[in-house]
Structures are given as structure tokens and as C-alpha cells.
Design a protein around this ligand. Structure first.
Ligand code: FAD
Length: 428
């Protein structure tokens, strides 16, 4: 077993993994390019803990929707035209997975992965990790029956892991959340789902890591990886050579580039999301609410209401397209009429680490004996952080013989991209 793990990336995935490995008694160093923890996707997201949404992004019909929305600058899904070969290859790869068979396979794999998610979040609290967690459930609300039927079918497989979606009428939804407008016709109540303040989760994990003796190297971008034969010996970060006997690549959208430096490029590309926080108090909610047709997430936190949405491919920086932000604000007003239409929110963006098949990449990097990958979590990185850490810990401890864990982890192995070796690259 390894003694010293070096984890590249202090987002929710890297921190959850660092915490878990430190609890197992390893010396852990976390290396991150950012000066502090307030920048990445792990703080810029909706904060939902949602096993009920165990569905991969590539889905039958997704391409048709993307094409229809291409002309609208405020649409929830957008493929930015880009001649970059890795972007074109990635989109074609994703397109190949937009079929019923691959979608069903992805749903099954993600549902199994999420089986113990709620228990693992309970254990975080028992372990003394302080973060803002709400157990108030979720509402998926729709203005058309057709969309409701799609989501009802999509959420049915999660019943086997104890996550239910109960159909409600518009009036029943308004009994639960009076702020919902009259045009909300129907919806689903998902009582088991939770939400967190993602910033508090990242802070809580980092604090716990520090209590467990984890060393942090901030403002230290990894720019080189040194190997001897099939073993990585060190990473070069901020001019310093950081040695270890195990390396975990958890650098979000940059994991593809790092995996290339380590000798095996993985196809991880950004899916840009937008959001803003409203502190006006114009709308009060108890549940997290998904505005179904608009694909907007609304999260009631202790001191604000968070709105998040949009999936934009082909864009890898933090620039804000005002049209997309306005699209989210308009949708908010359409479903929650007390949210002011003239609202001009200050926004933020987050880059989701996406894979062509919509499944995370968790496990050993092919050809490198001591490198593990934990990335590609797409829309579910917060939800899947604790179980990802469990899989990495089992891998490090050589516990893969635990039949259930091995079976659960298999669909996420980086080996599934082995045949694409040399053809896949990262975004920048
Ligand atoms: C709008 C939006 C809403 C979302 N809503 C939800 C939700 O409700 N529920 C949910 O489960 N998920 C949600 N997600 C997805 C979730 O936010 C991501 O899957 C998750 O944050 C990914 O975490 P990460 O740790 O892999 O990456 P990141 O948070 O991006 O962290 C990666 C870290 O690696 C560092 N890094 C990068 N390159 C290097 C390098 N070369 N050297 C050193 N360090 C490096 C970065 O500085 C960064 O700190 C949402 C995402 C978005 C954008």
C-alpha cells in the first residue's frame, strides 16, 4: 500500500479523496493551481445531492434539442461552433452515445454508484465535517405534461435505490411551494433529495483535511509529470518538485491535459454552466426546485437563493455571456412570478468536467501503475464526491476484491478510453 498520496486538484472531488485517504492513515499532499478554494466548479454549482438525477448527459434526442436551440443565445443547451479538433472529436463521441442502449447502461451505472450517497453525506456530518446541508427534498416542476412524462420515466429506475419521484398536480405543488406560478401544470416531488451550500462543503472538507494533517500547496499549477518506467515519481508544481508514491488526478476540466502529461490522454472537455445568487428575498422556497422545460436549478440556501443552469460546449474560460444569464433570469420569472423580470443579476460560471459517454472517470490510468483518476463528474460532482473517494480508497487499499465495489466501479474505469489512446486530447 502507498504511504504518500499526491492529489492534484482541491475541488470537491480532490478534497473528498484527500480526506478519505488521510483518514486511512496516508500522508497526503493536495496541489492546486488556484490561490484559494473560491474559484472552481465546486463552489459554482447548484449544490444538489440528487441520486434521482442519475442520468448521463448524452441522451436520445439530445442532438435534436441542441440543433433547435443553436439559434437562441439564451438557450439552456448550446454547442459553440469551434474548429478545435478535440472539441469536434468530443462532440462526435458524445453524439455516438446519444442512443437508448448507452443511455440505459449509463443510468444503471450511475444509479448503482449513487446507492450509498445519502449515507456517505450523513457520515460526513458524523465525522465532524461542518457544512450547510438541507434535507427538505426536491420538486421538479413543468409547464407541459410531455416534459413531465419524460422525467417521470427517467427517474423511475432510481426507485430501486430508494429515491422516489411522486407525481403532483400544479395545485399540490403550490401547496408545497406557494411561490410557484399558475403556469406550473404538473411536477414530481422527490422527498429524499438534499441540497448543500457547495462553498460550505468545500470549506468543511478542507478544514477536516487540515485537521487530519493534509498538506496544501496552493497557487501551484502542475506543469510536468516525471516518470520512471511505468511509475510516476513526482509532479512539478509552481516550480517545486512534489514526490509521492501515489498520484490522484482530480483537476476537473484540466484532468485531460494532466492525463496526457502522464502518458495517457483522457477525453475530458468543459461543459460551461452559468448562475447567480439572489439575496433580495423576492422569492422564498423550502425545496430545491428544477424548472423542467428551462433546465434551471433553484436552490434555497440560508442567506440566498441560487439559480444555475445552461450547458455550453466549446467554451473553456470564465467569460460571461449576458444572454445566457438573462435566459436563466427570464425562466426564473416565468415559473416564479415574484422574481422580478427586470433583474440584472451579477453572474458566475463553472466548468463541468464532461466525458463523451457522460460517465465519470474513476480508477487507474492505463500504463501508469501509481496514477488514479477521479474526474469527469459532469452535472453530478457534488453528489458523487464521497462515493468517488470510497472507490479511490478501495483501490489504494487493494480492496477491489470487494465484489460490490468492484462491480459498481467498473463502468467508470479510465480503461474504457484505452482504444482511443493518442486520439483524445484535452481542451487547452
Ligand atoms: C452551473 C453548474 C451547476 C451544477 N450543479 C450541480 C449540482 O447541483 N449537483 C452536483 O452534484 N453537481 C453539480 N455540478 C457539477 C459539479 O459542480 C462538478 O461536477 C464538480 O464541481 C467537479 O469537481 P472537481 O473537483 O472535479 O473539479 P473543480 O471544482 O473544477 O476542481 C478542480 C481543481 O483542480 C485545480 N487544477 C486544475 N488544473 C490544475 C493543475 N494543472 N495543477 C493544479 N491544480 C489544477 C483547479 O484549480 C480546481 O481547484 C454543477 C456544475 C455547474 C457548472
Amino acid at each position: 500500500m502507498a504511504d504518500h498520496a499526491v492529489i492534484v486538484g482541491a475541488g470537491v472531488i480532490g478534497l473528498a479523496t484527500a480526506c478519505r485517504l488521510a483518514r486511512d492513515g496516508l500522508a497526503v499532499t493536495v496541489v492546486d493551481a488556484a490561490r484559494d478554494g473560491a474559484a472552481g466548479a465546486s463552489v459554482h454549482n447548484a449544490g444538489w445531492i440528487v441520486p434521482i438525477m442519475s442520468t448521463p448527459v448524452p441522451a436520445p434526442g439530445m442532438l435534436g434539442k441542441a440543433l433547435r436551440w443553436m439559434a437562441r443565445r439564451d438557450s439552456p443547451l448550446y454547442v459553440r461552433p469551434s474548429p478545435r479538433p478535440e472539441h469536434v472529436r468530443f462532440m462526435l463521441g458524445m453524439l455516438r452515445h446519444c442512443n437508448p442502449r448507452d443511455f440505459a447502461y449509463g443510468v444503471e451505472a450511475l444509479t448503482s454508484l449513487n446507492e450509498h450517497t445519502l449515507r456517505l453525506f450523513d457520515e460526513y456530518e458524523k465525522d465532524g465535517i461542518h457544512f450547510e446541508q438541507h434535507r427538505t427534498g426536491q420538486l421538479l416542476v413543468f409547464t407541459t405534461r410531455h416534459t413531465m412524462d419524460e422525467y417521470r420515466a427517467a427517474t423511475a429506475p432510481m426507485e430501486r435505490i430508494g429515491h422516489t419521484a411522486v407525481p403532483l398536480t400544479g395545485d399540490e405543488l403550490r401547496d408545497l411551494e406557494p411561490a410557484l406560478g399558475r403556469q406550473v401544470l404538473t411536477g414530481l416531488h422527490c422527498p429524499q433529495e438534499r441540497h448543500v451550500d457547495p462553498t460550505s462543503l468545500v470549506r468543511g472538507l478542507e478544514l477536516r483535511c487540515r485537521e487530519l494533517g493534509v498538506r496544501f500547496l496552493r497557487d501551484s499549477r502542475v506543469t510536468g509529470i516525471h516518470s520512471r518506467s511505468h511509475t510516476v515519481t513526482s509532479v512539478v508544481a509552481g516550480g517545486e518538485e512534489v514526490h509521492g508514491d501515489l498520484f490522484v488526478l482530480a483537476a476537473g476540466v484540466h484532468t485531460g491535459r494532466l492525463s496526457r502529461l502522464a502518458g495517457h490522454p483522457l477525453p475530458i472537455q468543459p461543459g460551461k454552466g452559468y448562475g447567480f445568487d439572489d439575496t433580495s428575498g423576492s422569492v422564498t422556497l423550502r425545496h430545491s426546485v428544477y424548472l423542467g422545460e428551462a433546465k434551471v436549478a433553484v436552490t434555497p440556501l440560508a442567506d440566498r437563493l441560487r439559480f444555475a443552469g445552461t450547458m455550453e460546449f466549446g467554451s473553456s474560460d470564465a467569460t460571461i455571456d449576458r444572454h445566457r444569464l438573462r435566459g436563466i433570469a427570464h425562466s426564473a420569472h416565468a415559473y416564479l412570478p415574484e422574481f422580478p423580470l427586470e433583474s440584472r443579476p451579477r453572474g458566475w460560471t463553472g466548468l463541468r468536467p464532461m466525458t463523451p459517454d457522460g460517465l465519470p472517470v474513476i480508477g487507474p490510468l492505463p500504463g501508469r501503475e501509481n496514477v488514479l483518476v477521479a474526474s469527469g463528474h459532469s452535472m453530478l460532482g457534488v453528489t458523487l464526491a464521497p462515493v468517488t473517494a470510497e472507490i479511490i480508497a478501495a483501490e489504494v487499499a487493494g480492496d477491489r476484491q470487494q465484489a460490490e465495489m468492484a462491480r459498481t466501479a467498473r463502468p467508470f474505469s479510465p480503461r474504457r478510453f484505452a482504444s482511443q489512446r493518442g486520439r483524445t486530447t484535452e481542451d487547452d
